[in-house]
Design a protein around this ligand. Structure first.
Ligand code: ZN
Length: 323
């Protein structure tokens, strides 16, 4: 193949967030292709129900760490590749690990974790290949930081009920830990082979600098139809948009408005899980008013949340007092 440059493949580092059905396909293809380094992140253990489609695992692996078993098996396929494993959540991995990769691959099983990873990829300016499976359906989305393609947060395909799922309003009990609320996505090896194959193809294209990234692709395994959608980046997207980074996000508030009310508004607008508001270096309490929290129009408020890797910067505009 005239365009093939094995050096580019052999020197590449790929980050795999999740080594389930899709992660197994991608890891196996990249390993046999002679990828330089794979970073595998997964804190799950192998279960009996994984064995119909997660090709790297066997009966005797049940109960063992997926990341470690995957590493062992991949090494038997190609002893010359370097495999690093992290048996922990993506949020606990240092940013330097993300920046050290050529690209990041997500086949995570919670929407909240995918959103977090999306914001990390935008922040460290690395391409993200995000994919998911559901029964006979699957999708792949390639997000290139800094290009005009949409990120996960600015595309319109986030189902509203999924956003609401992670949203806990002030006063409600805190949401459960992520691993407790893990959703079940039934899938089969036939679909993961198709989707994992497309993901691997996108990875190879990006590493070799060939072709055009896919954008968003939906696969219907029953009709065998592929639907490609061009998703445009939103300039005001709070994760990838340039506009808010320059202007910041502005909200009109009354001086006596409670922080809790502003927090609730911001949580609803961005579908955040349970945001914390920081003014200066202090966390501001829900019961404080804008005046008590000493929020001025010039000082930004930082909003941190489990769905984003970096704080969102917000500025309030005080509505004038009419006497
Ligand atoms: Zn965006």
């Amino acid at each position: 193949m005239p365009n093939w440059d094995q050096n580019k493949i052999s020197n590449a580092t790929v980050f795999l967030a999740g080594i389930g059905a899709l992660g197994c396909v991608v890891a196996e293809i990249l390993t046999m292709m002679g990828i330089g380094k794979l970073i595998i992140v997964d804190f799950d253990t192998v279960e009996l129900t994984n064995l119909n489609r997660q090709w790297l695992f066997r009966n005797e692996d049940i109960g063992k760490s997926k990341a470690l078993v995957a590493k062992e098996r991949l090494k038997t396929l190609n002893p010359s590749i370097d495999v690093i494993t992290f048996n922990q959540k993506i949020e606990d991995i240092p940013e330097s690990v993300y920046s050290s990769c050529d690209l990041i691959v997500s086949s995570l099983d919670t929407f909240e974790a995918r959103r977090w990873l999306n914001s990390m990829c935008i922040s460290v300016e690395k391409p993200l290949i995000d994919a998911g499976l559901y029964e006979f359906f699957g999708h792949v989305q390639v997000i290139i930081s800094g290009s005009d393609s949409a990120c996960l947060e600015c595309q319109p395909l986030i189902p509203e009920n999924r956003l609401q799922q992670v949203c806990t309003l002030p006063g409600e009990p805190r949401k459960k830990e992520r691993d407790e609320q893990k959703e079940v996505f039934p899938s089969v090896g036939t679909v993961s082979a198709v989707i994992g194959g497309i993901m691997s193809q996108e990875i190879v294209k990006l590493l070799l600098g060939l072709g055009t990234p896919i954008g968003y692709l939906f696969y219907d395994g029953l009709s065998e139809e592929f639907t490609k959608i061009e998703l445009k980046r939103r300039l005001d997207c709070f994760v990838c948009g340039e506009k808010w980074k320059l202007d910041e996000l502005r909200y009109f508030v009354e001086r006596d408005e409670k922080i809790g009310e502003l927090r609730r508004r911001i949580a609803l607008i961005y579908g955040l899980a349970d945001p914390t508001m920081i003014v200066g270096t202090k966390i501001v309490d829900d019961e404080m008013t804008i005046t008590e929290a000493e929020i001025s129009e010039h000082a930004p408020i930082f909003v941190i949340d489990s769905t984003v890797a970096k704080p969102i910067r917000v500025r309030v505009v005080l509505t004038p007092d009419f006497v």
